[in-house]
Design a binder for this molecule. Sequence first.
Ligand SMILES: Nc1ncnc2c1ncn2[C@@H]1O[C@H](COP(=O)(O)OP(=O)(O)O)[C@@H](O)[C@H]1O
Ligand SMILES: [Mg+2]
Length: 362
Amino acid sequence: MSANPPIITVNRVSKSFPGGVQALDRVSLEIAEGEFFALLGPSGCGKTTLLRILAGFETPSEGGIFIDGADMGRVPPNKRPVNMVFQSYAVFPHMTVAENVAYGLKVTGAERKQIPDMVDKALELVRLAGLGDRMPDRLSGGQRQRVALARALVKKPRVLLLDEPLSALDAKLREAMQMELVRLQDTVGITFVIVTHDQNEALSVADRIAVIDQGRLLQVASPAELYEYPESRFVADFIGKMNLFEGTNVGCEDGILSVLVNGLGRLDIPVTEMTNSDVGLAVRPEKMLLLDEHPGDAFLAFPASVDKLAYQGSETRVFLTNEKDVSFEVSVRNASRDSAANPFRGRMWVAWKHADTLILPD
Ligand SMILES: Nc1ncnc2c1ncn2[C@@H]1O[C@H](COP(=O)(O)OP(=O)(O)O)[C@@H](O)[C@H]1O
Ligand SMILES: [Mg+2]
């Protein structure tokens, strides 16, 4: 083991439920101390199950987990150095904000006279200072979720587990709370593990993201790495928007991979790794340019006709097809006010740099 062991180790964890549902399939990952880690995937992929296994509310069918170096196999939830914040606010309606936050402390028997001070500090952390006497029904949704956070943080867990904590909030508030979570995690230095199905949320808050699909761990990487270097079609497609072209490998020599793509012809792409298998080629819409003329050898370029525009304020999405019915989606940033009257119509060149072509093996 390295000098700085991970705070969480998930070792080949599988979980099947009665009725034949395999919620997790041999998931292994490590989370470093102080990391803001996200579990990301579509609804039903097993995220909550993994979080509940970490918290001790579920037991793995196979495999095991270690927290802070200790095997959690026989450790009940209340003896684990973790705390969980649930999707629904789970704030007690008949208690004041301060009583809600103090609740967990009392049952663990913390020194009684220190409680008010600890509660104040926790409320300050989540920017609810002075609201200790309020009843929850007089708080906004965002404030109630802060109470739940304060209640989890006041116990100073080593790891905070958050299951879709912001999903009940509207979009604007959710974005503000995402930034709050980042600030909070930075301040307290506790390891956060957040579950979300919202890729933008994962990209904006996390240091690293694990993408899960149908119980399988597909990739663990930083947000930028995941976006720019997805390793599979699923990840490429799930995170952001992607143009995907399926191709036949017709040769890989001297660092050039030649791929025959139906409707585009032969594309020669510089590669660092040789491959003999067929591949998919993927290009992000914002890496593509729309031009009146072929931009030269530094680019791959194909003529196509503009079918449709979708104006979205900060960007315009341009949809095109070529004469062989290959479609492209290009995203153009509206960098100045007159870009609203944009010139995209008729036949244009869709172009991108070779290096912006992702190669996805079969
Ligand atoms: N207690 C349970 N009994 C049976 N099936 C369950 C149970 N909990 C979860 N599942 C199933 O396991 C799969 C993963 O669920 P879950 O971990 O809640 O997904 P997610 O949080 O990613 O949406 C789903 O198919 C779900 O229906
Ligand atoms: Mg869930």
